[in-house]
Design a binder for this molecule. Structure first.
Ligand code: PEP
Ligand code: MN
Length: 683
């Protein structure tokens, strides 16, 4: 036996023998596995099956990681070893089937830049680790690289999002938010900027440097020390290198990678010119399909959220992560286009969408946020073993892969969740430019059916303001039953509506008819209306779900309340948590009114949903004399708001004249409803 401190030579020799024996077993087993792989290739060859089945590979790795953990093996080790084994078996099979790496199963990567650009080098680093040699689609802008993925010309795009010296690359964040692509991976790449020149060039003799703006920020100290040197901006570091090579002028240099110098035959005039020696850029890998991260692989999730505009909103959102014991690793804020009062927050945290703890975080967040979109879960760079207490049963999360935005709709009996009271017991209050919809006080939305002229909309706005109304309505894109009827003034009408709203200090709501117009209308209008005829226009609902404006969703004239709630769910699941529902009458056998106002919708919806409920008696009645009694009934039954059509001269109205209240009628109605008149202009 050995003493405590000095192991016996014989023991050591014995252990070495044992390790040799185990290794020889491992090798024998690997050879046996390879033989099975070849048999599989023969089978696939016979039945012409594609040689690579990514989802089976991920399942297999996940399975091995779990078995490994039961033997106390590190998940990162098992993950790396089995990826190598699988890559080898794919190579064996592809060789057998006579396929090269450029077969259709190889991965195509879109990057901004040419070979030798940092995007190219970062992609190589990312895919090398997976044993994959991709082919590249080289784009000149980030937006073009994203489009390549959206149009199916590339499987993924690799895009820089953050640099340790220059910070967030906002252009990429903004392009990604519009894109609907999913984050499936990320890679931290060490950027080593070099000053490159042609033969005969020297730092002292330089007159011009071609460089990417990011490189200029990251090398600002070095550049500040150069005298009489002009900087010429370039969109791509490697391309600037290539260009100076072609120019062959020793007074011109470029800032690019060592790899670019090698590729384009340039001399390295100086290395290490960045302000910080350790200069890293984080790239994200994005795809049209979300990633399925195997259970047991430590992963990261990226989301984007808007918290709303009240004190403590961000703190409350972050507290949700703290309470769930989830580690936040990145928080970045970006302005929201056309909404200078609020910011979007990008967040990365440790965790996987499929983890019930993360799911419960999303549940909590959707209750308090104005907007939430899940960008994706993907393996963390360093594969640390995950804590065992976080382990969840395998198998269940598969259905989550289709989730593009908020929590999944698994096990929901009625097809809606986020809109339900079960999900969020308390009423949602939507604040629009100081007006609270769904709060303690009922509000009035009024205005013409359609914006027809400057004078008409100004007169209506004045009447709304003076009678104590809160929101100005007016259609600019009109969904008319007949193509020969007045179709609205479009964006010109929208300008008038917005100006009239500003003049009287009223936020405005207007209908949006097509998904393509959502962005354009959201730039100007405070609230987007989706009309009865479009309640189940799912691409319009999806587009509204991505918008940063509240949505007034009208009930379809032949839709059940359940269908209305399911339609609202599309918007909520798309990220936008600000939806108000509107009952506007349904088709029944009764013909004495245009539609039948279903007032029971108010208490029924109230029972099932936390969303604000508006009643529109104008479109229900179709007759101005019926509007007031129906409005009073809507108030009595507890509506959060009433929307009516008014017109300074209803007889001349280009649409819905018969149901539009005259301005004096409107004033009387407002008095009957108990609204206090407001003394003239506010804005
Ligand atoms: C409107 O509000 O002008 C409108 C067209 O309403 P609905 O979609 O309810 O018919
Ligand atoms: Mn109308």
């Amino acid at each position: 036996m050995s003493t405590n401190n000095e192991p016996h030579e014989d023991d050591i020799a014995q252990i070495r023998d044992d390790i040799d024996r185990v290794d020889s077993e491992i090798l024998k087993l690997l050879a046996e596995r390879k033989a099975f792989s070849l048999r599989m290739a023969r089978e696939k060859g016979l039945h012409a099956r594609p040689s690579r089945d990514m989802s089976r590979e991920e399942d297999l790795i996940s399975d091995r990681i779990n078995s490994g953990m039961s033997h106390d093996l590190d998940s990162g080790l098992v993950n790396r070893v089995w990826r190598e084994i699988i890559n080898d078996s794919v190579r064996v099979q592809q060789e057998f089937l006579g396929r090269s790496e450029s077969t259709p199963d190889a991965i195509t990567v879109a990057i901004q830049g040419i070979d030798g650009s940092y995007s190219h080098l970062a992609s190589q680093q990312y895919f090398d680790a997976k044993g994959i040699t991709p082919s590249y689609v080289r784009s000149s802008t980030f937006a073009e690289a994203i489009r390549a993925v959206q149009e199916g010309n590339a499987d993924v795009a690799v895009l820089p999002v953050e640099n340790t010296t220059s910070g967030a690359i906002s252009e990429v964040y903004d392009a990604l938010l519009d894109s609907q692509l999913h984050f499936v991976g990320d890679v931290r790449f060490r950027v080593r900027h070099c000053l490159l020149g042609v033969a005969g060039a020297s730092v002292e003799g330089l007159r011009r440097i071609y460089c990417h703006p990011q490189a200029v920020t990251q090398c600002s100290e070095f550049l500040a020390g150069l005298d009489r040197v002009e900087l010429v901006y370039f969109s791509d570091t490697a391309l600037s290198g290539k260009r100076i090579g072609e120019m062959n002028d020793p007074t011109v240099a470029a800032i690019a990678s060592e790899e670019a110098a090698r590729l384009y035959g340039l001399d390295i005039l100086k290395t290490g010119i960045a302000n910080q020696e350790e200069n890293y850029t984080r790239f994200v890998v994005v795809s049209a399909q979300p990633a399925q991260v195997p259970e047991g692989v430590e992963s990261k999730t990226s989301i984007v959220m808007a918290v709303g505009n009240h004190p403590g909103a961000l703190m409350d959102a972050l507290a949700v992560f703290r309470e769930a014991d989830i580690n936040l690793v990145m928080l970045e804020s970006r302005p929201i286009p056309h909404n200078p009062r609020e910011e979007l927050f990008y967040l990365d945290f440790d965790g996987n969408i499929s983890d019930p703890v993360v799911q419960s975080v999303f549940d909590s967040l959707t209750k308090q946020l104005r907007f939430l979109r899940i960008l994706g879960s993907y393996p963390s760079r360093d594969l640390r073993p995950r804590p065992l207490e976080r382990d969840v049963a395998r198998g269940e999360p598969k259905g989550l892969s289709a989730v593009t935005a908020v929590s999944p709709a698994t096990g929901i009996p009625k097809g809606y969740k986020l809109g339900s009271r079960v999900h969020k017991p308390h009423n949602t209050v939507i604040e629009v430019a100081g007006v609270k919809v769904g709060g303690d006080e009922m509000i009035m939305i009024a205005g013409p059916c359609a914006v027809e002229s400057w004078d008409q909309v100004m007169a209506a706005a004045k009447a709304v303001k003076e009678a104590g109304g809160s929101i100005l309505r007016g259609g600019c894109f009109k969904p008319r039953s007949s193509p020969y009827s007045f179709q609205g003034l479009g964006y010109e009408g929208l300008e008038m509506l917005v100006e009239a709203g500003k003049a009287y200090g009223l936020p405005v709501v207007t209908e949006v008819l097509s998904p393509e117009d959502v962005d354009g209308v959201a730039k100007k209008a405070d609230i987007l209306q989706i009309g009865a005829r479009n309640m189940q226009n799912f691409s319009l609902l999806n587009a509204a779900g991505r918008a940063h404006r509240p949505v007034l969703l009208k009930r379809g004239m032949s839709s059940s309340l359940e269908e209305l709630l399911q339609a609202a769910e599309y918007i909520l699941a798309g990220g936008n948590q600000q939806v108000m529902l509107c009952e506007r009458g349904i088709r029944t056998f009764e013909t004495s009114t245009r539609n039948t106002l279903d007032l029971s919708a108010v208490p029924v919806l109230r029972r099932h949903t936390h969303l604000p409920i508006i009643v529109d008696p104008s479109h229900a009645a179709g007759d101005r004399d019926l509007v007031a009694p129906l409005a009073l009934a809507a108030q009595a039954i507890g509506a959060d708001g009433i929307m009516v059509e008014i017109h300074p001269n209803p007889e001349e109205a280009l649409s819905d004249g018969p149901q539009s209240l005259r301005l004096d009628q409107f004033e009387n109605l407002m008095g009957a409803l108990g609204f206090a008149p407001s003394p003239g202009k506010a804005g």
